[in-house]
Design a protein around this ligand. Structure first.
Ligand code: PLP
Length: 420
């Protein structure tokens, strides 16, 4: 459920007509709904209400905007971060260090130091080599880093290959059959406090079964570790729940997920940790765009050329992803069209042969479900700058990220004297 609805013939974000945002801020622009963000956070929390000890860390990479993070912080969420930049954002949004989990295969020494300085709650270690390095960094500072070992359970998440993370050939985690030995060796290092295990098998998952398979393997590992005398007080189950991009598709609900987790993991006697990203923010945002012109093609299907492009919303070009596309003021007329951006790449295509609301040049439209992995994946390709972001709250809205103009990007560039 979201708060982007037609009211009096026009698509609104909560009670704000999208044409008002376009008029005041320009297009393309990402628009987020505070009420939708809050609703999704609460639904997720409710789904876990049967679990006695839990911690929810919003996966910042899905949408790192500071205002979005502040909403999450107010809902009691911590953060799952994968870089020093994300760690700084979580802290800037007011999230306590203790509520922050640091994941990622390539943590730098300075990022480890940054995490230790911030007193973060947990490092998710992705290799024995990384654990040894972190131990040395922490010990040199007289600290012990609280850690979980991320394991690769070798399950097929049945999602897009580029966002599958739990197969043996993926770079994430340590092979689960070697995890007990690695855990024991790391637990012997003075700089580490090995307290748990972690798993995250992929994103945009449409089925609970792969998650259940991974959790069963994780439960067996916990038992094995304890039998070997290790302490395990935390189990991080990652994120991954999919959302509906195409009207009619069915995804597991947070409640179904929560029930499965309670069934499989409820007796582990650990604090269960969660790292949801997409399921919280995906449907809470749209990318508002304007049709620049409608161009005839050689085979009668017109190209609707919009002012948003693959640099603003990369998912269609990167993953072949579908985003529903709707006119802001639908007339009831329909057309079949290709939806493309202005960038000089054939990959800058949002949809081919799509039946959409009829549009003419100047009309506004939205790509739905753009709140996750949208603005955060933007680039400035074709020197287009970075798109603005707006958050709506009831009948008010605010710019939560300024548009970054091409000139601002050029101003960071230098021509060396020896080229003069
Ligand atoms: C990306 C990521 C998540 C969030 O994934 P979603 O599919 O957005 O829920 C959680 N944990 C880790 C380690 C990740 O890399």
């Amino acid at each position: 459920m979201d708060h982007f609805q037609i009211i009096d013939g026009e698509l609104h974000a909560e009670r704000v007509p999208l044409s008002r945002i376009a008029a005041e801020i320009g297009t393309p622009v990402y628009v987020y709904s505070r009420a939708t963000l809050e609703r999704h956070a609460r639904v997720f929390n409710e789904a876990l209400s049967a679990l006695p000890k839990k911690h929810v860390a919003f996966a910042i990479k899905a949408n790192p905007n500071l205002a979005v993070l502040r909403v999450m912080q107010r809902e009691g969420f911590g953060a799952d971060v994968v870089s020093g930049g994300e760690l700084a954002r979580a802290l800037a949004a007011g999230m306590p260090g203790q509520d922050i989990v640091f994941s990622g295969v390539g943590k730098l020494e300075r990022e480890m130091v940054q995490g230790l300085d911030a007193g973060i709650g947990q490092f998710n270690i992705e290799s024995e080599e990384e654990g040894i390095e972190l131990a040395a960094v922490a010990a040199a500072r007289g600290q012990r880093a609280a850690c979980a070992l991320r394991v690769n359970p070798d399950v097929d998440a049945r999602t897009h290959e580029k966002i599958s993370t739990g197969k043996a050939e993926n770079k994430f985690g340590v092979p689960i059959d070697r995890a007990a030995g690695i855990y024991a060796r790391l637990a012997g290092l003075p700089g580490l406090d090995m307290r748990g295990v972690a798993v995250h098998i992929g994103s945009q998952l449409q089925h609970l079964q792969p998650l259940e398979d991974a959790f069963i393997k994780l439960g067996a590992l916990i038992a094995e570790l304890r039998a070997g005398g290790q302490t395990v007080t935390h189990a991080d189950l990652g994120g991954g729940l999919g959302v509906t991009y195409k009207a009619g598709e069915v995804y597991p609900t947070p409640a179904e997920y929560g029930a499965m987790v309670a069934r499989i993991c409820g007796s582990w006697d650990v604090t269960l940790m969660f790292e949801p990203g997409r399921v919280i923010v995906g449907n809470a945002g749209v990318l508002l765009t304007r049709a620049i012109r409608v161009k005839r093609s050689s085979n009668n299907t017109p190209f609707v050329i919009v002012d948003a492009a693959m640099n603003d919303l990369a998912r269609p070009a990167m993953y072949g992803a579908w985003h529903d596309f709707e006119a802001v003021k639908p007339t009831g007329q329909r057309m079949t069209a290709h939806i493309v951006g202005p960038i000089c790449e054939t990959g800058d295509t949002f949809a081919m042969d799509r039946e959409i609301d009829a549009l003419v040049a100047g009309d506004l439209a939205v790509f739905r479900t753009a709140g996750a992995y949208g603005a955060t994946m933007a680039s400035s390709y074709n020197s287009r700058g970075f798109v603005a972001e707006v958050m709506v709250d009831g009948d008010q809205f605010a710019v939560v990220a300024d548009r970054i103009l091409p000139e601002a990007i050029t101003s960071a560039e230098r021509v060396p004297a020896w080229l003069d």
